[in-house]
Design a binder for this molecule. Structure first.
Ligand SMILES: Nc1ncnc2c1ncn2[C@@H]1O[C@H](COP(=O)(O)OP(=O)(O)OP(=O)(O)O)[C@@H](O)[C@H]1O
Ligand SMILES: [Mg+2]
Length: 285
C-alpha cells in the first residue's frame, strides 16, 4: 500500500511546524500503531535534531554506507576513492536503499507502529542551484521506496525553495501550522496562492488538510483571540478544533529528544497533541 504523504508547510519561520510535525508523527506511531516515515526536508535539520540524539546523528552521517535526504537529491560525490581506472563512479541515488537513507527512531516490534526518519544535513544547502529535475527526485524516491508506511510526514523549511517544491511534488496533502498573530496570518494567502500556481503548473493536486493553530499563548491576548475567531469564521472546517499552546514542557521535550506525550505525559500540550493527532487521522482516513 502506498502511504499518504503530508507536508507540514508555512512560509513563515518559527511558527511551530517542526514541533507539530515531529509530535504528530510520533503520536501516530506510538499511540495509533501507524508506520511512519518522517522526512526532514529542511537544511536546518531541526526535525532530525528533535528525533535523534547528537551521537546517533553523527554516527549515521559519518557512516559511508548511510545517507541523508541529500543523497536522494544528488548522487554521491566520488569522494577520494580511487579505482584502478580512475575515480569511482558516484553512487546511483535510486540504488540507495531506504534503510540506508533512514534511521529507526521508534520500533517496538510485534505489529506495533514504527517511526523512521530520513535525516537532513546542513550540506543540503549546496544543492539549491542544482539542475531543474532535482525537485522531482523526492517524489520519485518515495513512490519507489516508501511502500509499507501508512504516512510520510515531510517537515518543510520556511521558504519557497527547491525543498518546498520537492515536498509538494511528493505530497498528497499539506497541513499549515499557523501562529495566531495578525502578521503570521498574512502569510497564509501568499502560501495558498503560490501552491495553487505551482501545482497547476506541475499538473498535480495537493489538498489542504487543514490549519492548526500553534504556539498559542495563554492567557490569550485579545489580538490573538480575534485572529483565531476570524480565521475560524472564514475557514470553518479547515481549522483543526484543537490547538497547541506555548509551554515550557514543549521546549524542554525538544532538548530531551522526546515527543511531548512521552516527556510529560500528563500535561496540557501532551493532551493537545493527542487530540490534534486524532483529528489528523480522521481527516486522512
Ligand atoms: N508549543 C510550543 N511551546 C513552546 N515552545 C515551542 C512550541 N512550539 C515550538 N516551540 C519552540 O519554538 C521554536 C520554533 O519552533 P519550530 O522549530 O517548531 O518552528 P518552525 O516553524 O519549524 O521553525 P522554522 O521556520 O525555523 O523551521 C523552537 O525553539 C521550538 O522549540
Ligand atoms: Mg522547522
Amino acid at each position: 500500500m502506498a502511504p499518504q504523504v503530508v507536508s507540514f508547510m508555512n512560509m513563515k519561520g518559527g511558527v511551530g511546524k517542526t514541533t507539530l510535525a515531529v509530535n504528530v508523527a510520533y503520536a501516530l506511531a506510538h499511540v495509533h500503531s501507524k508506520k511512519i516515515l518522517v522526512v526532514d526536508g529542511d537544511p536546518q535539520f531541526n526535525a532530525t535534531q528533535y528525533l535523534l540524539e547528537d551521537e546517533a546523528y553523527l554516527e549515521h552521517v559519518n557512516d559511508e554506507k548511510k545517507g541523508t535526504i541529500r543523497d536522494i537529491f544528488v548522487p554521491r560525490r566520488p569522494g577520494k576513492i580511487n579505482t584502478v581506472k580512475g575515480l569511482a563512479k558516484p553512487t546511483n541515488r535510486s540504488k540507495m536503499a531506504l534503510t540506508d537513507c533512514s534511521v529507526s527512531v521508534y520500533n517496538p516490534g510485534q505489529n506495533r507502529g514504527k517511526l523512521d526518519l530520513i535525516p537532513s544535513t546542513l550540506q543540503l544547502m549546496d544543492i539549491e542551484t542544482s539542475s531543474r529535475s532535482t525537485e522531482q527526485k523526492l517524489a520519485n524516491y518515495l513512490k519507489e521506496k516508501a511502500n509499507g508506511y501508512d504516512y510520510v510526514i515531510i517537515d518543510c523549511p520556511p521558504t519557497i525553495s527547491i525543498f518546498t517544491q520537492a515536498a509538494i511534488l511528493a505530497s498528497d496533502k499539506y497541513l499549515v501550522p499557523i501562529k495566531p498573530d495578525p502578521l503570521s496570518v498574512l502569510g497564509l494567502p501568499l502560501l495558498e496562492r503560490w501552491l495553487a500556481d505551482y501545482t497547476e503548473d506541475a499538473g498535480i493536486e495537493v489538498e489542504q488538510l487543514g490549519l492548526v493553530f500553534s504556539m498559542v499563548r495563554g492567557p490569550m491576548p485579545q489580538a490573538m483571540r480575534e485572529v483565531m475567531d476570524e480565521l475560524r469564521a472564514a475557514r470553518q472546517d479547515t481549522v483543526f478544533a484543537e490547538h497547541l499552546s506555548v509551554s515550557t514542557h514543549v521546549a524542554r521535550s525538544v532538548q530531551s529528544h522526546e515527543p511531548i506525550f512521552i516527556y510529560k505525559r500528563n500535561s496540557k500540550p501532551a493532551d493537545q497533541i493527542l487530540k490534534i493527532t486524532g483529528e489528523f487521522l480522521k481527516r486522512t482516513e
